[in-house]
Design a protein around this ligand. Structure first.
Ligand SMILES: Cc1cc2nc3c(=O)[nH]c(=O)nc-3n(C[C@H](O)[C@H](O)[C@H](O)COP(=O)(O)OP(=O)(O)OC[C@H]3O[C@@H](n4cnc5c(N)ncnc54)[C@H](O)[C@@H]3O)c2cc1C
Length: 474
């Protein structure tokens, strides 16, 4: 007997090995039970899995990888399934093995890897399971007076393992850097089931290749991350947020640069447009922050041990903004943040979006914001465009509603322009399956050949997340 889905059947022998490895109740084969794991957050990416397995220890993860490796099944690692480029759900068309036969796909969910070790107070570090959500991690370390350097709107579901695998960015990158910069140790399982582990949390460690850095941003193609040691940052107990109405994105970038220079306490500088803000307000039912509409908005936050309100208010008084409002109590700060963080959900609720998460040189943000809208209009005159993002680090999210999910004309227009302007086709979400066609155009043949060499060395049979990051080799 076999369990047939799209792709090769998963033989009972393999299912039994998986059940023996993780326990029968943690091998889900019923379509109803698999469904939420098989479609991504945007509803744009979907594929059928032969099974969803839910290991709870590193040894169980190793058993899953060995069992799948023996029959050439593809393993799709999945954390919180908040990724936006289709890398954490099965491929729509079954991937092929090296002989050209179709592979069955197994989703390896990390959600049961949720150990939270005690905070190392002296080192300012913590070791946690890959399936711990960002919100659970924040709650854990804040109880000890620390905080996590990366924060983002998907915090309630995104997992630490997924954040490392995508090298997540978020709203505090200008202060603390991206996820790769928080990782000081890692435990992971390679495709053959062997376990690599380096968790002492040495800030300085130059003994050979930095495997934690290599796995950061590897999108489940090199190993399954099972445990992570993170450096922590001080908890900033006093925060003030300001929202500035500005003429355009160029002015927002210039103001952000000035504030970065003058305010050591600056933690975030975020951009959004008026169409995006109205969409968020319709979705959440909130009130507009200003009486009049303005072309663009810049949201900035300062955090410190003592109240940063005066220094922030004095600094923004120097800027010729159209209007400005500041808030330091929690409710008002949250309302201002919601205007920015509510974008992803509001756009998703309005349709199936094309989401382009690009990086452009910070000095060209203003130019990009104008030209990208023209390029999209040429590709699809009826498209609705929302541009928002992390103006302090050059990362803009271009979201487009209207074009059919399968029609990639607007995606191509945005990504081509990004490369022409010296940017990167992914700033924080990764390549996934959504941008595979663009990897070589962005990175060039020699870089991609080197990446493929690393992939072949760690996963010679290509069973880890095939079709993600690289196009499948024919
Ligand atoms: C509302 C919203 C806001 C967001 N804001 C931001 C933001 O500000 N910044 C940002 O960077 N992203 C953002 N994202 C995207 C997303 O939350 C991040 O990419 C996040 O890091 C994904 O984590 P996850 O656990 O959900 O991973 P998943 O979606 O489950 O997986 C993502 C990728 O990582 C791989 N993977 C997952 N876990 C592991 C593991 N343990 N080992 C190996 N590979 C693994 C998967 O195979 C897949 O390729 C947002 C998403 C939403 C829905």
């Amino acid at each position: 007997m076999s369990h047939q889905t799209d792709g090769a059947p998963l033989l009972d022998q393999t299912l039994n090995a998986l059940r023996g490895g993780v326990g029968p109740v943690h091998v889900l084969t019923d379509a109803d039970l698999r469904a939420t794991y098989e479609t991504d957050w945007t509803r744009r990416f979907h594929g059928e899995a032969a099974a969803v397995v839910r290991p709870s220890t590193v040894d169980e993860v190793a058993a899953v990888l060995r069992a799948c490796g023996e029959v050439g099944a593809a393993v799709v690692p999945q954390g919180g399934n908040t990724g936006l480029v289709g890398g954490g759900v099965p491929r729509a068309a079954a991937p092929r093995d090296e002989r050209g036969s179709s592979r069955s796909q197994v989703i390896l969910s990390t959600l049961r890897l949720r150990d939270l070790e005690a905070v190392d107070e002296v080192a300012g570090e913590v070791t946690v399971g890959a399936g711990v959500t960002l919100a659970a991690l924040q709650e854990h370390v804040r109880r000890a007076g620390w905080d996590v350097g990366v924060d983002m709107g998907s915090r309630d579901s995104a997992t630490v393992g997924g954040m490392v695998a995508t090298n997540a960015g978020g709203v505090n990158v200008l202060r603390y850097g991206v996820m790769r910069q928080q990782v000081v140790g890692i435990e992971a399982v390679l495709a053959d089931g062997s376990i690599i582990r380096r968790l002492p949390g040495l800030v300085k460690d130059n003994t050979g290749y930095a495997l934690p850095s290599l796995l950061a941003g590897s999108e489940g193609t090199l190993a399954v991350i099972t445990r992570v040691r993170l450096r922590l940052v001080p908890q900033l107990s006093r925060r003030t947020v300001a929202l500035l109405a500005v003429d355009d994105a160029a002015q927002a970038a210039a103001f952000a640069a000035q504030l970065r220079r003058s305010l050591a306490t600056l933690t975030a500088a975020e951009l959004f447009d008026d169409d995006g803000m109205r969409l968020v307000l319709r979705h959440t039912g909130g009130e507009p922050p200003f009486r009049e509409a303005h072309p663009r908005y810049l949201l900035v936050e300062c955090g410190a041990a003592s109240d940063p309100t005066d220094e922030l208010v004095n600094a923004i008084a120097e800027l010729p903004s159209r209007d400005a409002v500041a808030a330091s109590d929690e409710g008002a700060r949250h309302r201002l943040w919601k205007l920015r963080e509510g974008h992803t959900e509001a756009v998703n609720a309005a349709g199936v979006p094309h989401k382009l998460d690009v990086a452009v040189p910070i000095g060209r943000i203003g130019e990009f914001d104008v030209i990208v809208r023209e390029a999209i209009r040429r590709a699809d005159p009826g498209a609705r465009v929302f541009v928002y993002g992390h103006v302090g680090d050059g990362n803009l999210h271009v979201n487009v509603l209207g074009p059919d999910p399968e029609d990639e004309a607007v995606d191509d227009a945005v990504l081509e322009l990004t490369i022409q302007m010296g940017g990167a086709v992914s700033a924080e979400h990764g390549i996934g399956v959504a941008k595979v066609r663009w990897l070589i155009a962005d990175r060039g043949e020699p870089d991609v050949a080197a990446m493929r060499g690393i992939k072949r060395a760690l996963d010679p049979a290509g069973g880890l997340n095939p079709g993600v990051l690289f196009p499948e080799e024919s």
